[in-house]
Design a protein around this ligand. Structure first.
Ligand SMILES: NC(=O)c1ccc[n+]([C@@H]2O[C@H](COP(=O)([O-])OP(=O)(O)OC[C@H]3O[C@@H](n4cnc5c(N)ncnc54)[C@H](OP(=O)(O)O)[C@@H]3O)[C@@H](O)[C@H]2O)c1
Length: 351
């Protein structure tokens, strides 16, 4: 029997809450200074003995993805700076192993509620109030990747402009995890999407895959530049690229359209043409999910949104992005390529 197995009390009662574990083998990807991720991240392995305080929960992570913001956080360029030494990772799904004075039960699935809480770890101890319980009948991959990218997609579709069935939206970086979630959530809402991606060798395959997910139009940046006049005028534009690609979305927008920047993958500033601002009255806005989460705390709106997303997943209307599963000891390629283009799939640590 290993340290994680329930042990029998003298009268044969199986203790499921507040079990005393002997030491457990744990792993985490830790950094003790900000810098180039492949240079500062180290795999730490140790035997850990957990002794919970009241209100604490011991969890075992099942999977945690590698998102662009995780890399920026380790670089020290993200507005959220964990105290050092820090553990990488901003989202993931974990299974409850042990609780003390908590309503959570062993076997429950939870998401960490705090931003950049360090999810690239096998085990963690959290206060109950910082965990969000989710249904555990969905795939581990969907659960591990829902809290940041699909949540961003949903908020941007709901919070900027009232959209009605049949309205069009336009987005660049449309093959990103956020972009794919936008396509699927827009389909649920009967919205139409124009999706702009960069050209590549397997462009037809990518277009077909995105259309199967519900994309109405998928265009390369070159095709989009020539097609705006013939396309319907969207009311909302979602920009995760910046530079010329962001400017093109202003061109695509209709009168009074709203242009929302949520990422800057090209590292270039957002520039709007004077004429689009004056004659079409477009607005340039920004969105940051961490701010939205901070404003909400753990209120009902936030919990409702998470269960809305898990229900979409259970109904097979929302799928995880293409993923490349890796163990912790193969972290280097994930750190090297996450901010580079044309990676095809997002890395995810499977524990
Ligand atoms: N504001 C927020 O609250 C919030 C929340 C979530 C995500 N984000 C941001 O949204 C963006 C997408 O995140 P994600 O996790 O969905 O991304 P992802 O799945 O890792 O995909 C990255 C996307 O960026 C594109 N890309 C990479 N390098 C590029 C470049 N130099 N020029 C143009 N496009 C490039 C990729 O296109 P190719 O396939 O063509 O390379 C792909 O579409 C990131 O900037 C992320 O930080 C922001």
């Amino acid at each position: 029997m290993n340290g994680l197995s329930a042990f029998l009390l003298p009268r044969g009662v199986i203790l499921t809450r507040a079990r005393r574990f002997s030491s457990v083998s744990t792993e985490r990807l830790e950094f003790d200074k900000f810098g180039i991720p492949t240079e500062v991240i180290q795999l730490k392995r140790e035997e850990t003995k957990f002794n919970l305080k009241s209100g604490e929960v011991l969890v075992r992570f099942l999977a945690s993805p590698v998102n662009p913001a995780d890399i920026n956080t380790i670089q020290g360029t993200y507005p959220i700076k964990p105290t050092l030494p820090g553990v990488g990772g901003g989202e993931g799904v974990a299974e409850v192993l042990e609780t003390k004075g908590s309503k959570l039960e062993p076997g429950d699935w939870v998401l960490p509620g705090l931003a950049m809480s360090g999810t690239w770890r096998t085990h963690g101890v959290y206060e109950e109030g910082n965990l969000i319980k989710i249904r555990n009948d969905i795939s581990v991959e969907s659960a591990a990747t829902l809290m940041i990218n699909p949540a961003t997609a949903l908020r941007m579709l709901e919070d900027f402009i009232p959209l009605r069935a049949g309205d069009w939206i336009v987005q660049n970086g449309a093959n990103s995890a956020v972009g794919l979630a936008v396509i699927e959530i827009a389909k649920i809402k009967n919205l139409k999407t124009i999706n702009v991606v960069r050209n590549r060798e397997n462009i037809d395959e990518l277009k077909a895959q995105m259309k199967r997910m519900g994309a109405d139009e998928v265009l390369t940046e070159e095709e989009a530049r020539r097609a705006w006049r013939e396309l319907p005028r969207p009311r909302l534009a979602l920009n995760c690229v910046g530079g010329a690609s962001g400017t093109e979305l202003c061109k695509a927008l209709g009168e009074d359209g709203v242009h929302v920047t949520y990422g800057g993958m090209s590292l270039k500033p957002v520039i709007a043409a004077t004429s689009h601002m004056i004659f079409k009255n477009i607005s340039l806005r920004g969105f940051w999910l961490s701010r939205w989460y901070k404003e909400q705390g753990m209120n009902k709106t936030r919990l409702k949104m998470i269960s809305q997303l898990t229900d979409m997943i259970a109904a097979k209307d929302l799928s995880p992005p293409p993923l490349n599963p890796i163990p912790f000891n193969q972290f280097k390629p994930a750190l090297e390529t996450t901010l580079k283009g044309f990676k095809g799939a997002k890395f995810i640590f499977k524990m």
